[in-house]
Structure formats: C-alpha cells, structure tokens
Design a protein around this ligand. Structure first.
Ligand SMILES: [Cu+2]
Length: 138
C-alpha cells in the first residue's frame, strides 16, 4: 500500500510538472519592425566651381635674430613670406618646409594648404623660433 502511494505521489509530481510546463505561455518571438531607411535626397547642386582663391601673402621679417611677428595666424591657401633683414644668414625651418640658408635680403615663401600649428625655427640659431597658425578657410 505504501509503495502504491509513493508511486502515486511520483506520478502526481510528474503530472504537475508536465502540466505546468504545458501551461507556460508561449513567449511571442518579437520580430523587430524593420526601421525605414531614410534615403537622403541629394539636393541639386547649382554651385558653380569657383576659381581657386590664392589667398593672401603675410610678411614675416627676420630681424635682430628673431622672427617678427613671432607668430602669425593665417587661413589655408595663404602664403607666408619671410625676408631676412639681418646681415647674418638665417633659415626658416619647419615640419613641412625649409628655406635653406637665407642671406641678407633673401626671401622665402611657403603656401600653407593644411590647417594646423606650425612651429619653426632657424636651423643656424635654434633659439630663434616662430609659429604659423593655419585655420581652415571656410
Ligand atoms: Cu638664424
């Protein structure tokens, strides 16, 4: 009799477990709605190509073993022109440009096409330092 009871309890247990799992609500598989992809409408460009703006020329004197003005701010497309007004030779040596030796009266020009801060010096007198700050032309 006890054995039958135990079997009954076991069967009841199995039945309950099976019943519970059977009643579990099926979780609806969420199918994410496809978000509409916005295709940007390219505006019809009526911009006529402008002639290349050559920019301006900014003068820097080399005088008394210093660059004057010591720092200049220009825009992309502008040119810096250094003029050695000293009786001794100097150079204008930066990360992307190098004038080589400039004697008295010599000039050196460099067209800056990339924005950034350019620190330069005289390779003969490294304590002579200057800066060209180039901002992107709008
Ligand atoms: Cu120098």
């Amino acid at each position: 009799m006890r054995k039958e009871l135990a079997v009954f309890i076991v069967l009841l247990g199995i039945f309950l477990v099976a019943g519970c799992t059977g009643n579990e609500p099926a979780t609806p598989a969420e199918t994410p709605e496809a978000t509409p992809v916005e295709t940007p409408v390219a505006p019809v460009s009526d911009v006529t190509p402008q002639p290349v703006d050559k920019g301006k020329i900014v003068e820097v004197d080399i005088q008394n073993s210093s660059f004057n003005p010591q720092s200049v701010e220009i825009l992309t497309g502008d040119t810096v022109r250094w003029t050695n007004k000293d009786s001794i030779a100097h150079t204008v040596t930066g990360p992307t440009f190098d004038s080589k030796v400039l004697e008295n009266g010599d000039t050196y020009e460099f067209l800056f096409t990339d924005a950034g801060t350019y620190n330069y010096k005289c390779s003969i007198h490294p304590s002579m330092k200057g800066t060209v700050v180039v901002a992107e032309k709008k």
